[in-house]
Design a protein around this ligand. Sequence first.
Ligand SMILES: C[S@@+](CC[C@H](N)C(=O)[O-])C[C@H]1O[C@@H](n2cnc3c(N)ncnc32)[C@H](O)[C@@H]1O
Length: 277
Amino acid sequence: MTHHHDGDPQAHHHDSGLAELLDLDAEALGTYLDDVTAWVARYATDAPRLVVDIGAGTGTGSLALARRFPGADVVAIDAASSMLQRVVASARSRGLDDRVRAVQADLDIRWPDVTGVDIAWASSSVHELADPGRLFRDVFAALTPGGLLAVIEMDAQPSFLGADPASAGLESRLHEAMAQAGWNAHQDWRPLLEAAGFEIKAEHRFTIDVNGAAPATLRYAGSYLRNARSALDQQLSTDDAAALDHLLADGNLEVLLGSSDATTRVVRSAWAARRPA
Ligand SMILES: C[S@@+](CC[C@H](N)C(=O)[O-])C[C@H]1O[C@@H](n2cnc3c(N)ncnc32)[C@H](O)[C@@H]1O
């Protein structure tokens, strides 16, 4: 997924589809975010006061961090103001707006004026930056000695259609087109983190099995496939585009997935990197 500028009307369309997907991702994955923040807490300083969420999107991570660290303020950083408006609105609706604030910054240009950070969190965002090594150096400088950077990336695209032989081929071609477009492509971040001065305290692979027929999964699958349909329009064959349109029309997807007992497996990798004290 690439970053678009705010003035571009297509960016708004893209951002609202992406925003919906990010919220549904957090909802469909159940306790996943709480599990990751618990893992982060093991390597972080005892009573963090300042946490930043790098490339916060709609702020599902920011809110999970605010819940996990009740003594901390959370700064959500993103280049897209449309995303940050959602962060602020959801913080307000959960009564967390006294501790969660938004800072708009394009991290490809510069790190904002945010220092004294105890925990930095970057979920599905580092791979989008032009120069991840520079981001790691900027975060290192913004962290307090002993502060922690947690980087999380998606290892594989979620699979929803595998149980249906007629749709499995379509899904694997979609995944291939996403791979070719570089979606979520990332390397092992360890060497670049170490080059920036970090000590890797832990690496962990989170595997989440989601019930394919649960209502939250059905909404997530629909949003995911609608996003793929519009973002990959040029890459799909006419037949695949038509098959996807059919699947997304008239509740067909819900009928297909709702009747199967398939699970959807989601795999994410995390690195816990500490700035030495
Ligand atoms: C795939 S979303 C992940 C959002 C969120 N961290 C999550 O896990 O749900 C990536 C986010 O990074 C932001 N982003 C991409 N490039 C950026 C940049 N150069 N500076 C700041 N934010 C950026 C995008 O606007 C988007 O909200």
